[in-house]
Design a protein around this ligand. Structure first.
Ligand code: GLN
Length: 246
């Protein structure tokens, strides 16, 4: 029951430390003796799903996004869409999240094609608008348990994301979220998650890390359970930020 973490464009989309998400999933598997492997998927390399996968797509600058939008526009993007429609787990953060929608338009007016996993588009900030930067607290309804949970992180994006027929990941309690206007943050479609939260996201939000691992491994064994871990340190990290934001 090996879990494979596919790190998309690891050497390009790593400007905001989202590699911490790879480390968090890997360690929380190793601490439970779940075999886990990390596979970097770069430009020109096809994705190779194993049916027990988590795909991670981090954040980056417009320049890198333009380079990999081309790479994603062919069979690779279609393969990633197929993984999602088959229940595969994908987490896109910021620049990666933006390219999981229909398009991302840069401030220079270049419209980059997205993969179309989420029904959303991202528009550039207007010349008189600032980048959306700061700590964020988001309230998430976890469909697996119907519980209302919270996640914390840090956002830094110029793009404004507008959802079509796609559910948000959650609602903003503090911070800007998708566009600083409609109170939504991120997106969720089946087991594809999109968010603007860097930090990196997963180390301070262990419940979400475990939910991603469970969703991935339950595709092959729907009775799979994770043994609990001592998350005292993670809780201190979460509370130190969440309490300040509340
Ligand atoms: N380049 C995109 C923007 O500025 C995404 C930035 C990021 O990944 N943090 O909106």
């Amino acid at each position: 029951m090996k879990l494979t973490i596919h790190h998309l464009y690891a050497d390009m989309m790593n400007l905001y430390g989202d590699r911490g998400n790879v480390i968090s999933i890997k360690k929380r598997c190793e601490w439970r003796s779940i075999p886990v492997e990390v596979v970097d998927v770069g430009l020109g390399e096809r994705i190779q799903p194993t049916s027990r996968d988590i795909f991670l797509f981090g954040g980056g600058q417009d320049r890198e996004q333009a380079l990999l939008a081309e790479d994603l526009s062919g069979s690779k993007g279609a393969d990633l869409r197929a993984v999602v429609e088959d229940g595969g787990v994908v987490l896109g953060v910021c620049g990666g999240y933006q390219l999981m929608g229909h398009s991302y338009e840069t401030p220079e007016g270049e419209r980059l094609p997205g993969v179309g996993i989420f029904d959303l588009t991202t528009e550039p900030r207007k010349p008189d608008e600032e980048r959306l930067i700061g700590n964020v607290l988001v309230r998430v309804r976890a469909p697996e348990t119907d519980e209302v949970r919270e996640i914390v992180g840090f956002e830094n994006h110029g793009g404004r994301t507008y959802l079509g027929d796609t559910e948000p990941l959650g609602e903003v309690v503090a911070g800007y979220g998708n566009n600083g206007q409609d109170g939504t943050e991120g997106a969720r479609h089946l087991n594809a998650y999109g968010t603007y939260l860097h930090g990196s996201l997963l180390p301070k939000n262990p419940w979400l890390t475990d939910q991603l691992i469970l969703n991935a491994l339950r595709r092959v064994d729907d009775s799979f359970e994770l043994e609990p871990l001592d998350d005292a340190v993670e809780r201190v990290a979460f509370d130190s930020l969440a309490d300040r934001l509340r």
